[in-house]
Design a protein around this ligand. Structure first.
Ligand code: TXA
Ligand code: MG
Length: 317
C-alpha cells in the first residue's frame, strides 16, 4: 500500500493522540505503537496492549532536537553533535531524565531514550501534535517488529488506527546509544559505531549486555512462532537431509537462489542494508505459512552485518 498523502489521516492520528488513544505510527525503522508520552493512562495502555513488562522502558519520539530539553538533561555537548549529524534518523539517545518525567516511560530508571524519526508521516504527526510520543515497536512483546501497516493490523486487529506510511525504509529498529557513562551502543542499527565515533571523536563501546534492561537485548526477541534455526550456507543441504528436517515442511530464508526443493524459499538481498530492510517482512511471510521449520542462511559476520546478525541471533535464540 502506498504511503498516505491524506491530510485527513494525519488529522485523525493527531486527534487520537490528543485524547489519549493509541495509534500505529510509521517510522523509517519500524512501525511504532504510539501514544502521548505525557499521558500516564495512555502510556499504561501501550504496555497492556503489547503485553510488555513494566520494567522495559519505551522510546519518546520528538519532532526535533529542540524539544529534548523538555525530557532529558541536554547539557552534554555531544548531544548537539549527534543530533546535527543523525537527526532526524534511526538513532536513539539514552540520557539522564528530568525529574518530572514519568518513570513508567523509563521502566523505573533515571534515564530516558529519545529519538527524532525521519519518516515524513511521523514528522508531520509529531510536528502537529507538538509533544513527545512514546512508541515501542508495534508488535506483541517478543515478536517480529512490523515494517508495513498491514503487519500492525495483524498484531493488534483492525480496531487500532494505523497511519499507512508504506514500507519502512530501514526495516530494523534504531541504533540505541547511551551517553549516560562512556558512549555505548545498547542495540546496533543503521547508524554504526564507526559513524558515531567520527562525529564525537571518541571510542564507542558495544554493549556486553550485562546489567542492561533494554528489551531488544533479551536473548529471545524478534521471534517467529515457527521453530527457526540459523545454518551456514555450506551446511543447508546436509541439514535439510538430516532426520530433524526430512519430510518436514521447511521454509528457507537465503541470500542467493538455490536449487533445493522445500516448501518455500525467500531470497533476500546480499547487502546488509537491503537485507535489513526486507528481513522482518520475510520472516513474517514465512511464519504465516505454518511450516514445521524455518531455516535462515547465516549472513557474513563482518561489522557491516552487525545489526542484522544481532536480530537474527535473537530471532533464533
Ligand atoms: O526504531 C525504533 O527504535 C522503534 C521505532 C518505533 O522508533 N522503536 C523501538 O522501540 O524499537 P522498542 O520499545 O521496541 O525498543 C526500544 C528499546 C527497548 O529495548 C528498550 O528497553 C530500550 O529501547 N530502552 C528504552 N529506554 C531505555 C533506557 N532508558 N535505557 C536503556 N534502554 C532503553
Ligand atoms: Mg521492539
Amino acid at each position: 500500500m502506498a504511503e498516505t498523502d491524506s491530510a485527513d489521516e494525519i488529522d485523525q492520528a493527531v486527534k487520537r493522540l490528543q485524547v489519549g488513544q493509541l495509534i500505529g505510527l510509521p517510522t523509517e525503522t519500524v512501525y511504532g505503537l504510539a501514544a502521548d508520552a505525557s499521558n500516564a493512562e495512555a502510556v499504561r495502555e501501550i504496555f497492556r496492549l503489547k503485553g510488555r513488562p513494566a520494567d522495559h522502558p519505551v522510546i519518546v519520539h520528538l519532532a526535533s532536537a529542540a524539544q529534548l530539553g523538555d525530557w532529558a538533561d541536554n547539557s552534554d555537548p555531544r548531544i548537539t553533535q549527534l543530533a546535527d549529524a543523525f537527526w532526524p534518523g534511526p538513532l536513539t539517545l539514552v540520557l539522564p531524565k528530568l525529574a518530572h518525567v514519568d518513570e513508567q516511560l523509563t521502566g523505573g530508571q533515571q534515564t530516558i531514550a529519545i529519538r527524532v524519526p525521519a519518516h515524513p508521516v511521523a514528522q508531520r504527526v509529531l510536528r502537529r501534535f507538538g509533544g513527545g510520543v512514546a512508541a515501542p515497536s508495534a508488535n506483541r512483546f517478543g515478536r517480529i517488529s512490523p515494517t508495513l501497516a498491514a503487519h500492525v493490523r495483524d498484531e493488534f486487529g483492525s480496531d487500532l488506527f494505523v497511519v499507512d506510511g508504506g514500507d519502512c525504509q530501514v526495516g530494523l529498529e534504531s541504533t540505541i546509544l547511551s551517553l549516560v557513562a562512556e558512549p555505548e551502543i545498547l542495540r546496533p542499527g543503521a547508524v554504526t559505531a564507526a559513524a558515531i565515533e567520527q562525529v564525537i571523536g571518541e571510542k564507542v563501546h558495544l554493549s556486553n549486555r550485562l546489567g542492561q534492561r533494554a528489551s531488544g537485548l533479551l536473548d529471545r526477541h524478534y521471534s517467529p512462532t515457527t521453530p527457526t534455526a540459523m545454518v551456514e550456507s555450506s551446511e543447508i543441504n546436509s541439514v535439510l537431509q538430516s532426520p530433524d528436517y526430512l519430510g518436514q515442511k521447511v521454509g528457507l530464508l537465503v541470500m542467493s537462489a538455490c536449487l533445493i526443493v522445500v516448501e518455500q524459499v525467500l531470497v533476500l538481498p546480499q547487502d546488509p542494508t537491503g537485507y535489513g530492510q526486507q528481513l522482518y517482512s520475510g520472516l513474517r511471510q514465512l511464519d504465516q505459512l505454518k511450516l514445521d521449520a524455518i531455516i535462515i542462511e547465516q549472513p557474513p559476520r563482518n561489522s557491516g552485518w552487525l545489526a542484522v546478525n544481532d536480530r537474527l541471533r535473537r530471532a533464533t535464540a
